[in-house]
Design a protein around this ligand. Structure first.
Ligand SMILES: C[S@@+](CC[C@H](N)C(=O)[O-])C[C@H]1O[C@@H](n2cnc3c(N)ncnc32)[C@H](O)[C@@H]1O
Length: 343
């Protein structure tokens, strides 16, 4: 058990030790089975002793038809603080599947290699492993989420990663969403995570189970991916008709406000401000994302525009319909949209 001094230091350190439940992993990854066949999977923020990502891919290696599984384990510099990162050196593992026919990943079938550094996903040796991988799947450190995603995009990798739903509104992440470089996965949940024993008790979203295991919840979490999934091609069924009374415009921005995704009118082709939950239903063939209520053009921060009658509403995503069911030309559509006119 860590002493007072190190507990204090731990509370100040970044709290990144949240271990994903196997059921959350299974519920999401069942939607990607056709993507995994013949592929090299990398889990690069995963201590194999506690990571259910390692567990999922090693136990399902044959069923998924994988080519290879690589796992790197981060060893924190603050070794006295982190009970899980206590081996002498950081390691990486490679697994080529079952060799002895028992369908279980035995220790002698898993290649263990030592890293020179601490296993930081940004280190040169971890980047070499990243280059080798086809698909990266993990729950990365929340505190480094932006940097983590930027690296995946830079190396043009396919990925399925877990993150906090709030990350949607990070400027950098939203820009990838807007340009269809990244989208939400299949499941959204209010997930719970095991956390190390040294994590301090909190007033909310914290509990200890009967075995003494500490748990935390991060609020709503979601998966971020750039792999095509069936959900991305499902159309939102629209049934409401536009009226200016029901769908007022923002005080100083030419877009109508929508309070619920299911209430998007079927006959409006101008810009609409919709709740962030829209992204869970977003089909890029049906809608285009043009910005959000803070980054109107998707790039630069400006004054919030989600204001009606002087009252600031929840953050909104600005979208526009793509379809043109009435046969208008593109220029007619955009002229009408610029004026916020229904056509
Ligand atoms: C949110 S936890 C998730 C752990 C594991 N992937 C899982 O889902 O159970 C993030 C993990 O990233 C590790 N980590 C923190 N900083 C890291 C870094 N710079 N490079 C690689 N891993 C890091 C932490 O030690 C922690 O175990």
């Amino acid at each position: 058990m860590a002493g007072n001094k190190s507990l204090h230091a731990a509370s100040k350190a970044k709290e990144d030790e949240f271990y994903t439940e196997l059921s959350d992993i299974e519920n999401e990854l069942k939607h990607y089975k056709e993507h995994f066949r013949g592929k090299i999977i990398l889990c690069n923020c995963d201590d194999p002793r506690v990571s259910n990502f390692f567990h999922y891919f090693s136990y399902n290696f044959e069923v998924l038809g994988l080519k290879k599984l690589i796992t790197t384990c981060y060893k924190s510099q603050n070794r006295d603080l982190f009970s899980q990162n206590d081996s002498e050196k950081a390691i990486w593992l490679e697994y080529f599947g079952d060799r002895n026919g028992n369908r279980v990943p035995d220790p002698e079938e898993i290649g263990i290699h030592y890293l020179n550094g601490d296993g930081d996903f940004r280190s040169a040796e971890c980047i070499e492993l990243l280059k080798e991988a086809d698909i990266v799947v993990t729950n990365p450190p929340f505190s480094l989420f932006r940097e983590y995603v930027a690296q995946l995009i830079k190396y043009d990798k396919k990925f399925i990663i877990l993150g906090n739903q709030n990350a949607i509104t990070y400027k950098e992440i939203f820009a990838y969403i807007k340009t269809n470089q990244l989208w939400l996965g299949s499941t959204l949940s209010f997930a719970k995570f095991k956390v190390p024993d040294y994590y301090e008790a909190r007033a909310t979203r914290f509990w200890i189970d009967e075995s003494g295991q500490k748990w935390r919840s991060m609020g709503n979490i979601c998966w971020f991916t750039n792999l095509d999934i069936a959900k991305r091609h499902e159309e939102i069924i629209l049934y409401k008709s536009y009226t200016s009374e029901e769908y007022p415009k923002y005080d100083n921005y030419n877009a109508i406000n929508i309070n619920k995704v299911s209430e998007i009118p079927m006959d409006y082709y101008g810009v609409m401000g919709v709740p962030i939950t829209f992204l869970d239903k977003y089909n890029p063939d049906q809608f285009e994302i043009v910005g959000d209520s803070r980054y109107h053009d998707g790039q630069s921060e400006a004054d919030d525009i989600n204001i009606i009658g002087g009252k600031l509403l929840y953050r909104r995503i600005l979208i526009r319909r793509r379809q043109n069911p009435y046969g208008q030309s593109e220029s007619q559509m955009s002229m009408a949209a610029d004026k916020g006119v229904e056509i």
